[in-house]
Design a protein around this ligand. Structure first.
Ligand code: NAP
Ligand code: MG
Length: 477
């Protein structure tokens, strides 16, 4: 007997969405000087949520000037202990307004409310709490007796964890004494604008945080503005390379958090049910829109069939649909563009001879949806085994020996993360040492903590976010 679930939608009434939004510059919402406007939609329904401003070059100049004035003014002169109070205040306000933020994030991004409520928002608050603790202890962080901030930071973030990525960028920058101009992604600007309101509520001095909504050209204008001292970017490897070219020779400090194609490696002695949960978490969390997603399952040859069988049974229980429903596991794909990209790459899997499987699911008629998908019969040369799909698509490969697992896992231009599933502690340590990945999880996956540095190798970028190492990206060390 299968039990039916009654709908359990979270109420939308906890958020008030304005019809249109200005840019957040110098502590106030202002109309753009030179840009136009953009619409942001709910990807689960294609309904327009709001119109936001698209900042043009004059707006970028104004925001950078506001950030500079704050840096040379009150913020730059403030003691670390005073800065910490503002960060603590923002953290507490994020907690107080968590329900509102979670609903808004799910509406604008399409992710299940269970994830925005239990992961995105609490981790965003945790990042502010953690970094508040560093603000008055920078001289004990191992960077010399009086490490200096860099100045004005230009920060550009993607759409997959909109509020959380904003927190990853702003919290360490502010703790270290910098001021910021942040550009959220075009399809998910709303929680960043609510965060701007939180900054006002926290009485953050004007200009310390500025938020410019807009498309890629706003981001390009921001990172190449001569008044910027530091550029921090999270997004695709292609845009990361473009930014690296744009800032080279300018003396600006740069950190890049880019794409990935991680291996989640399961040995035959692994606890299989736990591994299945880890595989599901690794690739179907946030519709697979996760840079460190475990998108390549490497299973030891002796267990491939039973593992895939159990995985299929588990996937058949996942619930896809309304992101605001508290029982939903899989939400909407963030945009039409991303859906087309996922479809295109999945089709290439069919064409190259891999075998596609999805559980029986009914996709809603409106909105952007893609079912959880597993490809078997995959070879390492297939596009689906090499390219980042950034969607709910898992490719299954096999290996015989630990050495072969390492060779296959490292056979990628990326190097952001990896997972290892085995009962054997010595094997975990040996594997972790061999894997060229910034983060290696053992018998778990997609765990995040503000104290733990995160970042990549090779085409996954450079620089770390989180922990003591993350502070270095915002200090003159
Ligand atoms: P994207 O196209 O690179 O966009 C990221 C951000 O850059 C957006 O705000 C985008 O604006 C802006 N942008 C676009 N062109 C620009 C330019 N020429 N100069 C400056 N900024 C520009 O990436 P995406 O497709 O939205 O995001 C997915 C990618 O991000 C994936 O590859 C994923 O792996 C990566 N990611 C990495 C991490 C990590 O920590 N390593 C975390 C999350 C995501 P628009 O939104 O208007 O295009
Ligand atoms: Mg949207």
């Amino acid at each position: 007997m299968t039990l039916e679930y009654a709908p359990a939608p979270e109420s939308r009434d906890v958020v008030r969405i304005e019809g249109s939004y200005g840019l957040f510059i110098g502590g106030e919402f202002v109309p753009p000087l030179s840009g136009g406007s953009l619409r942001t939609v709910n990807p689960a329904t294609e309904e327009t949520l709001a119109e936001v401003s698209a900042a043009g070059p004059d707006d970028v100049a104004r925001a950078v000037a506001a950030a500079r004035a704050a840096y040379e003014g009150p913020w730059g002169r403030m003691r670390g202990g005073e800065r910490a109070k503002f960060l603590f205040r923002i953290a507490r306000l994020l907690q107080e307004r968590s329900r509102e933020l979670a609903v808004l994030e799910s509406l604008d991004n399409g992710k299940p409310i269970r994830e925005s409520r239990d992961v995105d928002v609490p981790l965003a608050a945790a990042h502010f709490f953690y970094h508040a603790g560093w603000a008055d202890k920078l001289e004990h962080a191992g960077f010399g007796p009086s490490p200096r901030p860099l100045g004005v930071a230009a920060q550009v973030i993607p759409w997959n964890f909109p509020l959380l990525m904003a927190a990853w960028k702003l919290a360490p920058a502010l703790a270290a004494g910098n001021t910021c101009v942040l550009k959220p992604a075009e399809t998910t600007p709303l929680t960043a604008l609510l965060l701007a309101e939180v900054c006002q509520q926290a009485d953050l001095p004007p200009g310390v945080v500025n938020i410019l909504t807009g498309a890629g050209d706003t981001g390009a204008a921001l990172v190449s503005h001569p008044g910027v001292d530091k550029v921090a970017f999270t997004g695709s490897t292609d845009v990361g390379k473009e930014i690296q070219r744009a800032v080279s020779g300018s003396g600006k400090r740069l950190s890049l958090e880019l794409g990935g194609k991680a291996a989640n490696i399961v040995f035959e002695d692994a606890p299989i049910d736990q591994a299945v949960e880890g595989i599901v978490d690794g690739i179907f969390f946030n519709q697979g829109h996760v840079c460190c997603a475990g998108s390549r399952l490497l299973a030891q040859e002796s267990i491939v069939d039973p593992l895939v069988e159990r995985l299929r049974r588990r996937l058949a229980t996942l619930r896809l649909g309304d992101p605001l429903d508290k029982n939903t596991d899989i939400g909407a794909i963030n945009s039409r563009v991303q859906l087309d990209k996922i479809r295109h790459l999945a089709d290439s899997g069919d064409e190259e001879g891999a075998v596609r499987w999805s559980p029986p699911v009914t996709l809603p008629e409106r909105g952007y949806w893609f079912p959880p998908t597993v490809f078997t019969n995959v070879s390492q040369s297939h596009r689906i085994a090499r390219e980042e799909i950034f969607g709910p698509v898992l490719t299954v490969l096999s290996f015989r020996t630990p050495a072969e697992a390492v060779a296959k896992a490292n056979n990628t231009p990326y190097g952001l993360s990896a997972g290892i599933w085995t009962e054997k502690g010595s094997r975990i340590l040996w594997m972790a040492e061999q894997l060229e990945a910034g983060v290696v999880w053992a018998n778990t996956y997609n765990r995040f903590d503000p104290a733990s540095p995160f970042g990549g190798y090779q085409e996954s970028g450079f620089g770390r976010e989180g922990g003591r190492h993350g502070l270095a990206a915002y200090l003159d060390v």
